[in-house]
Design a protein around this ligand. Structure first.
Ligand code: HEC
Length: 403
C-alpha cells in the first residue's frame, strides 16, 4: 500500500502494488455484485503534508489515508492517490473531486452548507473540532470553567470570538495550534482552546501525552467528518456507507494511533454571539469517533435569516455559492458566516465603512490582498464570478455595527 508519490495530474499512475492479490480474492467472493468499475482503483484525493490526517509518507500515511486504505480493501478495489495541497479548501474539492481526478475525499465536513448539492456525503465517521488543552487533572466543564484562567486562542478563530466578550477570561492570542501548545508549555497560558486534531497530534508526538485534551462542541466549534463524493457517485457512496460500519473498530484504532481527541465533548453555546436557531441537537454529544450508520445531526445546516437593510437581493443561488466559498476559505480569518467580533476584520461593516466605495474596495482587496496586513491576494484562486458571488453573500450580512 505504498502511496503514489507523484503529484497532480498523474493520479492515473495507479499505486496498486500488493493490494492486487487480496483484491482478486475479494472480487471472487463478491463476483455477483461485480461491475466492470470495481476493478478500477478507488481514487482518493489527499493532501501530502497534512498530518495527522494525510501524508504521502508510506510509514505514516495519516488518519484519512489509512481509512481510505481500509475502505478500498473493504470495497475490493486497489487504492490510488491524487495528492493535492488542500490549503484552499473548497477550491481543492472543485478541482479534484468535482473535476473527477479522484473518487472520494475523506474528512469533509458533513454539511449541505459545505458545497451545496455538488458534493454528497457518506455517513459521518468522526467528530472534529476545537479542544481545550490543559494539564491533566482539571476537567473544564464549559465556558465558566475558564474563569480567571489565561486561555490561548487562535487568532480569528471561533474560540477567540466566543471568549471575546468575557472580561473574566484572559486571552492569549496565538496564530496556530502549534503556538498554542507552546504557550502552555512555556507557562504563558493555563489552557489552550485550539484546533483539536493538531493539538492531539502534537501532544502525542512532541509532548509525551502530557496534556489532557477535551473536545468541545457548539456552533463553529465542531463538525462531523464524512467522506465526500461528486453528486454523480451515488452508487459508490452507497457502497461506502454499506461497508463503513464494519470499519468502525479500525477507525477507532486509527484515531488513537494519530492522537485524535476522544471522549465526551464539552458543550459551549449559550454564551455565543451567534444568531438563534443554531443549536445542534440534544445535549448528549455524539462520541468522538462516531462511526456511523447513525443519523448524523447536521451541525451547520441552519440558514441565517438575518439579511440586513436595503441591500439588493441577488439570487439565492449566487448568495449560497458565495457563502460556501466564504465559509470554506475566508471564514477562518473573517469568522463563519462573516460573524466576527474583531472590528477590523468584520466584513459585515464593509458598507458602513466604505459606503458607495464598498464594491471597489472589496474588489481591489480580494484581488490584490493586503499582504503586509495579513490579507492574502486571491486573484489566482477564484474567478471574478466567484468574487461576485462572495460579494453577493456579503451584501446579505451588512450591518451598522458589530455588536
Ligand atoms: C489569513 C487570514 C485571511 C483570510 C483567509 C482572508 N482574509 Fe480578508 N483580511 C484579512 C485581514 C487581516 C484583513 C485586514 C487587513 C487590514 O488591516 O487592512 C482583511 C481584510 C479584508 C477585506 C477588507 C476589509 C476592510 O474593511 O477594509 C476584505 C473585503 C476581505 N478581507 C475579504 C476577504 C475574502 C473575500 C476572503 C476569502 C476569499 C478573505 N478576505 C480571506 C485576513 C484574511
Amino acid at each position: 500500500m505504498r502511496p503514489n508519490q507523484s503529484g497532480i495530474g498523474t493520479s492515473r499512475n495507479r499505486a496498486i502494488s500488493g493490494l492486487l492479490a487480496c483484491v482478486a480474492a475479494a472480487s471472487i467472493v463478491s463476483a455477483s455484485a461485480l461491475h466492470a468499475e470495481e476493478a478500477q482503483p478507488f481514487r482518493l484525493c489527499a493532501d501530502p503534508t497534512n498530518l495527522p490526517f494525510s501524508s504521502d509518507s508510506p510509514s505514516q500515511p495519516g488518519f484519512y489515508v489509512e481509512i481510505g486504505q481500509a475502505l478500498a480493501q473493504a470495497l475490493g478495489r486497489p487504492i490510488a492517490y491524487d495528492w493535492y495541497k488542500s490549503y484552499f479548501g473548497k477550491r481543492t474539492v472543485r478541482v479534484t473531486l468535482l473535476g473527477k481526478q479522484c473518487d472520494a475525499m475523506i474528512g469533509l465536513p458533513r454539511s449541505e452548507d459545505f458545497m451545496g448539492p455538488a458534493v454528497i456525503f457518506s455517513s459521518a465517521f468522526a467528530k472534529e473540532g476545537y479542544t481545550l488543552v490543559a494539564a491533566k487533572g482539571g476537567v473544564i466543564g464549559g465556558v465558566d470553567g475558564l474563569k480567571g484562567k489565561r486561555v490561548a486562542v487562535q487568532f480569528a478563530s471561533t474560540p477567540q470570538n466566543l471568549l471575546a466578550s468575557r472580561d473574566d477570561i484572559q486571552k492569549v492570542t496565538v496564530l496556530s495550534p502549534e503556538e498554542g501548545m507552546q504557550a502552555l508549555d512555556q507557562g504563558k497560558a493555563d489552557v489552550a482552546f485550539i484546533w483539536g486534531p493538531v493539538a492531539g497530534w502534537l501532544n502525542k508526538t512532541s509532548y509525551n501525552d502530557r496534556y489532557q485534551i477535551q473536545l468541545t462542541e457548539g456552533e463553529g466549534l465542531s463538525w462531523e467528518a464524512a467522506i465526500g463524493f461528486a453528486k454523480t457517485s451515488t452508487e459508490l457512496r452507497d457502497r461506502v456507507d454499506a461497508v463503513l460500519p464494519q470499519l468502525q473498530k479500525t477507525i477507532g484504532e486509527l484515531a488513537v494511533k494519530y492522537g485524535l481527541p476522544t471522549g465526551q465533548p464539552v458543550r459551549f453555546g449559550a454564551a455565543q454571539p451567534v444568531p438563534a436557531g443554531t443549536t445542534t441537537g440534544t445535549g448528549t454529544g455524539p462520541s468522538v469517533v462516531q462511526v456511523a450508520n447513525v443519523v448524523a445531526t447536521e451541525t451547520k445546516g441552519e440558514a441565517k435569516g438575518d439579511a440586513k437593510g436595503d441591500a439588493p437581493a441577488p439570487n439565492a443561488e449566487t448568495v449560497d455559492a458565495g457563502k460556501e466559498i466564504f465559509n470554506g476559505t475566508c471564514a477562518h480569518c473573517h469568522g463563519p458566516d462573516a460573524v466576527q467580533s474583531e472590528r477590523k476584520i468584520d466584513l459585515r461593516l464593509l458598507h458602513h465603512r466604505y459606503g458607495e466605495d464598498m464594491r471597489d474596495t472589496f474588489w481591489k482587496t480580494v484581488h490584490e490582498g493586503r499582504p503586509s496586513k495579513g490579507m492574502p491576494a486571491w486573484k489566482e484562486v477564484f474567478t471574478d464570478e466567484q468574487f461576485d458571488s462572495i460579494y453577493s453573500f456579503l451584501l446579505t450580512v451588512q450591518a451598522e455595527s458589530n455588536d
